[in-house]
Ligand binder design. Structure first.
Ligand code: G16
Length: 545
């Protein structure tokens, strides 16, 4: 049975704020950090129950709000193979988080135990971590109360990146099996990645120093540790590494800033030399954005789509060189945000699928390929090698030295890439490997295809839940009639494309537009945003302009 009295006494110390409704969305629960105490406490219990349901396998809990502002925080649950929480449990999590009182919470937990057929006699094991947000320590102590309330065997992963926590979950659960993912420690993670990187660039010209904008977040300490493992195989110059000054996290820096503003973080203006490569991480180091300045000082962004194009083409080439073309099929997964030019470039070379925003959707779709490359345009993505493909690599006998070299590269890539989730540091090493192999500077990489000008804007509306989409978020079905108005507007712009969707992580509706000219893309985005605003209302001072 549930330890009712124990849960009751802990829960009374973590009351739910009566006016608020919480939702387990695209990236778990995410909102103002100061409102999350009860939610995180309850997630502690929920993680324990999920572990019991899965026979005591270790579940991950990450306390972070990633790219969102410093005052926000959030929590996501990680399933045993290191992937996002199974969809049916997202609904359970929402119910548990919203029970208004301790009694209602106990009822909700009891109902969950029955519906999900949880054997309470099983052990509960959890590994947890947080990013550098100031609200993190108090929320972690609420989480630990949740563990104590249920009796969870909990391992503290400390302050670390989201992808490292995912790595730890998979490494713990595969320890001692033939699918062992690596040592279940941070040291194991850095050793695995840096070891594979060194093998992949052995004998090649050493890369020039790379500037990393660490978003003043947890990526700063992770990148500093990675640098010590890489030694001189990849010189790193770390910028925006201030994790103590209040207010600086993700502020005018980081991957989301670069992607949405399409410009250099101001702090890098005097640092970045023309031609030099730089990249930005986000607040929990799961997104990556590359960029460079050309000789005229013009900024060029190499986003998730450009990373997908670079990496997919490289992998396809290696598969061919290894002689495995007919056994191993490579595919790409994108979202509606993918630049139209990237989709065209990729679709001419390999199968491409479009799915709704959210890593869980991309990840699941990518699992259907032998090698699935998935990236959101915002720089969140990875590459998945199916178990069967990894076995094919292990058994395959190459017939020429060239095939053998390509095969070894493929095997080392399976070690370099964090296959549990998008990982900015692992992706950065992957990009560096491809650039080194191809002898590409930013300009050559950028010239794979020319981005269509685009613009992303947010609209604050009174209720984003009135916005519903279909066709991988490319079409609105609600509010009724709005899509027809958007279509009519889009027709007036050469190369025009636009879509509207409710954000899963912020209380806003997002509008994306593309067109042949930058001024047209901007105009289309703002006109669609105006339609959205007029339809959905909200604070007049926040009308898009
Ligand atoms: C999260 C999700 C991403 C998603 C992003 C924005 O990123 O993990 O898949 O693209 O939010 O989502 P939305 O447009 O729905 O707000 P992160 O890096 O914040 O965890």
């Amino acid at each position: 049975n549930l330890p009712i009295e124990n849960i009751r006494s802990f829960s009374d110390a973590h009351p739910k704020p009566s006016a608020l409704h919480f939702q387990y969305g695209t990236a778990g629960f995410r909102t103002l950090g100061s409102t999350l105490d009860s939610v995180i406490f309850r997630v502690g219990i929920l993680a324990g129950l999920r572990s019991k349901r899965l026979d005591g396998r270790t579940i991950g809990v990450m306390v972070t709000a990633s790219h969102n502002p410093e005052e926000d925080n959030g929590v996501k649950l990680v399933d045993p193979r290191g992937e996002m929480l199974e969809a049916s449990w997202e609904a359970h999590a929402t119910v548990v988080a919203n029970a208004p009182t301790t009694d209602a919470l106990l009822e909700a937990l009891d109902a969950l135990v029955k519906t999900a057929k949880i054997d309470l006699s099983k052990p509960a094991r959890v590994v947890y971590a947080r990013d550098t947000r100031p609200s993190g320590p108090a929320l972690i102590s609420a989480l630990e109360d949740g563990f104590k309330a249920l009796g969870v065997e909990a391992r503290d992963g400390g302050v670390t990146t989201t992808p490292i926590l995912h790595y730890l979950v998979k490494a713990i659960n595969t320890k001692g099996t033939k699918e062992s993912y690596g040592e279940d420690s941070e040291d194991g993670y850095y050793t695995k990645l840096s070891g594979a990187f060194k093998k992949l660039i052995a004998g090649k010209t050493k890369p020039d120093p790379l500037i990393i904008d660490c978003a003043n977040g947890v990526g700063a300490s992770a990148a500093a540790k990675l640098a010590t493992y890489l030694g001189d195989s990849l010189p790193l110059i770390l910028e925006n590494t201030d994790i103590t000054t209040p207010g600086v996290l993700n502020h005018a820096c980081g991957a989301d800033y670069v992607k949405t503003q399409q410009k250099l973080p101001p702090s890098l203006i005097d640092r970045l030399q023309p031609g030099q490569r730089a990249c930005s991480l986000d607040g929990d180091a799961d997104r990556l954005m590359y960029y460079y300045l050309d000789e005229r000082g013009q900024f060029h962004m190499l986003d998730g789509d450009k990373i997908a194009a670079l990496v997919a083409a490289f992998i396809v080439e290696l598969v061919k060189l290894a002689g495995l073309e007919s056994d191993v099929k490579v595919g790409v997964v994108q979202t509606a945000y993918a630049n139209g030019a990237s989709t065209k470039y990729l679709a001419e070379r390999l199968p491409v699928k479009c799915v709704p925003t959210g890593v869980k959707h991309l990840h699941h779709a990518a699992e259907h390929y032998d090698i699935g490359v998935y990236f959101e345009a915002n720089g969140h993505g990875t590459v998945l090698f199916s178990q069967q493909t990894q076995e094919t690599f292990a058994k395959y006998e190459p017939s020429t030295p060239a095939q053998s070299t390509a095969l070894n590269h493929l095997i080392n890539l399976t070690q370099l890439i964090n296959q549990t989730v998008g990982d900015a540091l692992s992706d950065m090493l992957l990009v560096e490997v491809v650039l080194t192999h191809k002898s590409y500077a930013g300009a050559e990489w950028n010239s794979l295809y020319a981005d269509l000008p685009n613009r992303l804007v947010k609209v604050v509306v009174s209720d984003r839940n009135t916005f519903k989409t279909e066709d991988a978020e490319r079409r609105l079905v609600s509010p009724p009639g709005l899509q027809a108005k958007i279509n009519e507007l889009v027709l007036r712009y050469e190369g025009g494309r636009s879509f509207v969707r409710p954000s899963g992580t912020e209380d806003v509706v997002r509008v994306y537009a593309e067109a042949a000219l930058k001024s047209q893309a901007d105009e289309l985005a703002f006109r669609v945003a105006g339609l959205v605003y007029d339809e959905a209302g909200g604070d007049p001072s926040k009308r898009p302009s």
